[in-house]
Design a protein around this ligand. Structure first.
Ligand code: SAM
Ligand code: SF4
Length: 328
C-alpha cells in the first residue's frame, strides 16, 4: 500500500548510502578524524534489497546509491543487478566522486544502472586536490569520459560552491556544461561539513550563480519537475543545462519525496533532521515483512514539514551529521 507522510507527501525516491567510507577527504564533508562504522554494522546487499523491496511496495520508484563513496563498496554491480528485478523500481542512479568509474562504469551499465552524477568542485587541479584532500582531477575527468562512453541515460555533474574558494569558477563550470552537453548543478554549501567551518557567509545562493552565468550565456528556466531538488536552465545557444540546488536559500520541502537509508540501516526522513529510525534490529531479528513495512511507515509519518522548522529547533550546528554518513 502506498504511504504518505503527515503532510500528504508520498516518498517516491530512496537514497541509499552503501558505505560511510571514502577514498577522498573533501573538506566540506569529512571530519579530520572520521570514525568509520564497523563492517558488521553495515547493511549487506541482501538487507538493502529487502528494505528496497519493502519500500517499493509502499510507493518508492527511484533509487540513488551514494555514500561515502559508493564505488569503493565491493561488487556494487551485484547490488544494481539485484535491485533491477525489484517490481516498481523504475530508475537506479548513483552519486559518486567518479574516481573509480573508468574501471567500473561498464559493469555497472551492464548491470542496469541508469544514471550517474559525478561530483567535481573545481576545474583547477591544485584546487581540486586541496578541497578533496589529495584527489587527482585527471581521474575524475577520466570518470566523466567513462560515463559518457558507456551511455548512461542520465549524466550530471555536481559542484558545491563556496564563497571565496571556488565561486570564481562558476562561469568555467557553466562552460563545461555548454561545451560538453552536460548538466552541471551548483549546490549551495550546507552545514554538514565534517570540519564544521560552515557559515552563511560562505553560502553562494543559487540566484547569485544564475546571475553570474547570465553574464556569459543566455539561459532559460525549464519547468520544475515536481519534487525535484534542482531548478534547471537550458542554454539558448547550446546543448547542455545548468541547475541550482538551493537547499539553504530556497529549500523545496513542500513537495519533497525523498527518504534516506544510511549504511547502518537507519532511515532518515530529512537531511536536516537529527532523528533517525533504526531498521537494523528488525532486519537482523525475526521481524516479518509486514513489521518492517509498519516501521518504515511510522518513520515516514514523522517526516517534518521542512528545513526551516528543523533549523529553528537546531540551536547549534555542533551535532549535525557529516555528509559522508548520510549520503548527500
Ligand atoms: N562520494 C560521492 C560524491 O562525492 O559524489 C557521494 C557522496 S557525497 C556525500 C554526495 C553529495 O553531497 C556530493 O555531490 C557532495 O559534493 C555533496 N556534499 C557533501 N558535503 C556537502 C556540503 N557540506 N554541502 C553541500 N553538498 C555537499
Ligand atoms: Fe567522499 Fe563524496 Fe564526501 Fe568527498 S563528498 S569526502 S567524495 S563522500
Amino acid at each position: 500500500m502506498v504511504i504518505a507522510d503527515s503532510f500528504g507527501r508520498i516518498p517516491r525516491k530512496l537514497r541509499v548510502s552503501v558505505t560511510d567510507r571514502c577514498n577522498l577527504r573533501c573538506e566540506f564533508c569529512m571530519p579530520n578524524s572520521p570514525v568509520w562504522l564497523p563492517p558488521d554494522e553495515i547493511l549487506t546487499y541482501e538487507e538493502i534489497l529487502r528494505v528496497i523491496s519493502t519500500c517499493a511496495k509502499m510507493g518508492v520508484q527511484k533509487i540513488r546509491l551514494s555514500g561515502g563513496e559508493p564505488l569503493i563498496r565491493r561488487d556494487l554491480d551485484r547490488l544494481v543487478r539485484m535491485l533491477k528485478d525489484v517490481p516498481g523500481i523504475s530508475f537506479i542512479g548513483m552519486t559518486t566522486n567518479g574516481l573509480l568509474l573508468p574501471e567500473k562504469a561498464a559493469a555497472l551499465k551492464e548491470a542496469g544502472l541508469d544514471g550517474v552524477t559525478i561530483s567535481l568542485h573545481s576545474l583547477d587541479p591544485n584546487r581540486y586536490r586541496d578541497i578533496t584532500g589529495g584527489g587527482r582531477i585527471e581521474n575524475v575527468l577520466a570518470g566523466i569520459e567513462a560515463a559518457k562512453e558507456n551511455g548512461f541515460r542520465v549524466l550530471k555533474i555536481n559542484s558545491v560552491i563556496q564563497r571565496g574558494f571556488n565561486d570564481d569558477e562558476i562561469l568555467d563550470l557553466a562552460s563545461l556544461a555548454f561545451n560538453n552537453d552536460l548538466t552541471v548543478r551548483f549546490i549551495e554549501f550546507m552545514p554538514f561539513d565534517g570540519q564544521k567551518y560552515w557559515s552563511m557567509e560562505r553560502v553562494v545562493s543559487g540566484d547569485e550563480v544564475i546571475e553570474k552565468i547570465r553574464t556569459r550565456y543566455k539561459i532559460l528556466p525549464l519547468p520544475r519537475e515536481p519534487s525535484s531538488t534542482a531548478r534547471v536552465y537550458k542554454f539558448v545557444h547550446g546543448m547542455g543545462e545548468v541547475g541550482i540546488i538551493t537547499s539553504i536559500t530556497e529549500p523545496f520541502c513542500s513537495d519533497c519525496d525523498r527518504i534516506r537509508l544510511a549504511a547502518n540501516g537507519k532511515i532518515l526522513t530529512c537531511l536536516f533532521d537529527r532523528s533517525s529510525y533504526d531498521l537494523m534490529p528488525l532486519l537482523r531479528g525475526t521481524a516479518t515483512d509486514e513489521e518492517l513495512s509498519d516501521f518504515i511507515s511510522y518513520a515516514v509519518s514523522k517526516k517534518a514539514p521542512g528545513v526551516r522548522t528543523l533549523l529553528q529547533h537546531c540551536n547549534s550546528l555542533e551535532h549535525v551529521r557529516a555528509m559522508h554518513t548520510i549520503g548527500g
